[in-house]
Design a protein around this ligand. Structure first.
Ligand code: ATP
Ligand code: MG
Length: 677
């Protein structure tokens, strides 16, 4: 440029030829020309342009035309941009512009360029600003490179944003956050921790082992992979920390030299998947539990069903056999009884007959218990006052259980009456008392209580809803294990040894309460005693009525007449025999039909004693007919079969088999007095 300036024709230039340039201009030009930095000097009122070699590329095709020409002319395309700077410099102030974008037309087309430059005012000898000295650097390349870098970064950021899961880049051994994507912010529950160290950004993770894992990955260059890590993170200030489950990798970032410079974190928040899985697992477990429970219930229902079917079948069988036996026993007992009363035979024979009668009596008890179990007992169901009944039994119970056992009776005085058969209920209570005694060989306490209870749905007794009288017999004895308890009411089940117990006590109780539309429940545990509860329906009936027929007492004539009706010859014979023995005249009939015929034919008995179950008309039906035909004529029904439904409860009854004494009492009760003999 020095050479060019030397050869230049300055004659038309306002600054004139270099020979007349002021010292200040010369100094500036001599500083500028040898420099490799981009420089120019603009001088004089038109700011004539002088530049060095380094400046030439800035001009492009404008070189060498531009030499010595006015600033404004050669840089007309950017004049608006630089004019304020020029003015500032001319006012005596230096300027500084960094990366100033300028659109130049140095190559014949507009081109976006960037420059960093300063304008310094240059003063002449008089101290006045006469020119500008500019040192510049074209930064177009760098700016474009930065732009490309920024674009690249933006592209990467967008890529990271789209990476499934959270992404973060840590730098240096202290793990300073350099970058995180939005997902990272979301998982962390906060933003703006770029620039912080992980330890500063996540103080609550101290102790989780993760910082140490980062240190290790950084030190060794070995990635750290973590699956399903539960972490508690305080994400919302003031609230309790959230429990997150994360899966992630710490991937060391390695530079060209192989040194670890940072850690790349990439991971997934799997909390929801885990929650869903946990819910599913829980659901599954609940389902399995339900299924197990249901099948358990099914098994117990099945076994209960089997048990009740078994009892049902046993009842059928036992009931049939017992009924036959009962009918057989009636004449046996009657006959032995009569033989004994008549004093037939010698001493030895009479003892034998007495023994036989005793055995027959025991057989009768067994048969009655069997009938009770089979629910085929002839019952006289009336409203029973349990308070009176138990009070009346107190002495009997006391003497049965013996002095070693403390008997306590707690009765609700306001107890309503219960539908029951008083005699059979007494038997049942006695059976429970005997069981309690046997369970307390070394003494204890027997507690009898009675109270009214309302039974709701799903009651342990399985009873339909309603009001019941609960009669409980509790002992402090040995109790029963599960197996014994399960079989206790089975007929012939006994743990008492041969000859000791028939195993029919509880069977009888169970059958009786069932026949009374009640239930027997037993609770027992070995070593903790036993509680047997009888549930009896509360009676809607009034007090026990006096038998209408009993009231109509017939004045006993010198010799009253009994009409005896029974289809079985043997039974009829032995009963007739007893009645005659009791001092009655007896007319016999083998059916209800024959009895009516006899009555039609003029027979006038003072009492009818009739079997119940007979071919044709039953005893109960005969009684109904007689009520119409001869009201006031007492009738005693002898029944051995539980056709209770057919027999009105107010009809006096005598259960088969019976002994002389029992017949005597029943008949006497009907007459009100003993007939004269
Ligand atoms: N209060 C009780 N404490 C302990 N075990 C009892 C009790 N009651 C009944 N058991 C058990 O139940 C079994 C059956 O009782 P159940 O009354 O039916 O017959 P038993 O008492 O053995 O004979 P029986 O009553 O004819 O004398 C008894 O053998 C006994 O094992
Ligand atoms: Mg018993």
């Amino acid at each position: 440029m020095g050479a060019l300036m030397h050869a230049h024709d300055w004659s038309t230039s306002p600054i004139g030829s270099p020979g007349i340039w002021p010292q200040a201009l010369r100094s500036a030009v001599s500083m500028m020309l040898p420099s490799k930095h981009v420089m120019f000097v603009a001088w004089g009122p038109e700011l004539a342009f002088l530049y060095n070699d380094a400046y030439r590329p800035v001009f492009g095709k404008k070189h060498p035309w531009a030499l010595g020409r006015p600033f404004r002319e050669i840089w007309s395309e950017v004049w608006n941009d630089v004019a304020p700077l020029v003015e500032t410099a001319l006012r005596g102030e230096a300027t500084w512009s960094e990366n100033l974008p300028l659109v130049l037309e140095r190559n014949g087309y507009p081109e976006e360029c960037w420059f960093t430059f300063s304008y310094s005012p240059v003063r002449d000898e008089s101290g006045k600003v006469a020119g500008i000295f500019c040192a510049a650097a074209e930064t177009t390349e760098r700016v474009l490179a930065e732009r490309r870098l920024m674009a690249e970064r933006e592209r990467q950021r967008r890529l990271f944003e789209q990476v499934p899961g959270f992404v973060g880049i840590l730098r240096g051994p202290d793990h300073v956050f350099e970058y995180v994507n939005d997902a990272y912010d979301r998982v962390a529950g906060k933003r703006g921790f770029v620039g912080q160290t992980v330890r500063a950004a996540f103080p609550d993770l101290e102790g989780s082992g993760l910082f140490e894992a980062l240190d290790r990955a950084f030190a060794t260059g070995v990635p750290y992979v973590a699956r399903d890590v539960p972490l508690s993170l305080q994400r919302t200030a003031g609230e309790k920390p959230d429990l997150l489950i994360l899966s992630f990798t710490f991937q060391p970032i390695v530079d060209e030299g192989g040194a670890v410079t940072g850690i790349f974190i990439q991971g997934q928040d799997v909390t929801q998947e885990h929650q869903a899985l946990a819910a599913l697992t829980h659901l599954n477990a609940t389902l399995e539990e339900q299924v197990a429970k249901r099948s358990h219930e099914l098994v117990s229902i099945q076994s209960a069903l089997r048990q009740s079917q078994k009892m049902e079948a046993m009842g059928e069988l036992v009931g049939g056999v017992a009924h036959d036996f009962n009918n057989l026993l009636t004449p046996i007992i009657g006959t032995f009884d009569m033989l004994l009363r008549r004093g037939l035979g010698n001493d030895r024979e009479r003892r034998l007959i007495g023994g036989a009668l005793q055995s027959a009596d025991r057989a009768k008890t067994v048969v009655q218990r069997l009938l009770a179990f089979a629910r085929r007992q002839p019952l006289q169901v009336v409203p029973v006052d349990l308070v009176a009944l138990i009070d009346g039994m107190a002495l009997l119970i006391g003497s049965t259980v013996g002095p070693n056992i403390d008997v306590r009776v707690e009765l609700d005085e306001a107890l309503p009456r219960a539908d029951a058969d008083a005699n059979q209920l007494e038997m049942a209570i006695l059976n429970l008392g005997v069981n309690a005694r046997d369970a307390m060989p070394n003494g204890g306490t027997l507690t009898i209580t009675a109270a009214c209870e309302t039974v709701g749905g799903g009651h342990r007794s399985g009873l339909p809803q309603g009001d019941y009288v609960r009669l409980s017999v509790a002992d402090t004895g040995t109790g029963m294990d599960e197996t014994t308890l399960a079989r206790a009411t089975e007929p012939f089940f006994s743990t008492k040894g041969i000859g000791q117990g028939t195993g029919l006590g509880l069977s009888m109780v169970h059958g009786l309460v069932a026949q009374l539309r009640g239930e027997l429940t037993i609770a027992s545990q070995p070593g903790h005693g036993t509680v047997a509860e009888l549930w009896l329906p509360v009676s809607f009936g009034s007090a026990v009525r006096d038998h209408a027929l009993r009231a109509a007492s017939v004045a006993a004539a010198s010799r009253s007449c009994v009409l005896l009706v029974d289809d079985e010859v043997l039974v009829r014979m032995s009963t007739a025999d007893m009645l005659e023995d009791l001092g009655y005249d007896v007319i016999e009939a083998d059916s209800a039909k024959q009895a009516l015929e006899l009555l039609d034919g003029g027979a006038a008995p003072d009492l009818i004693v009739t079997d119940h179950l007979m071919p044709g008309m039953s005893g109960a039906e005969l009684a109904l007919v007689m009520r119409v035909r001869k009201p006031g004529l007492p009738i005693l029904i002898v029944s051995g079969y539980a056709e209770v439904e057919g027999i009105a409860p107010d009809l006096p009854r005598l259960a088969k088999p019976f002994r002389y004494e029992e017949l005597s009492q029943s008949v006497a009760a009907l007459f009100g007095t003993n007939p004269s003999r």
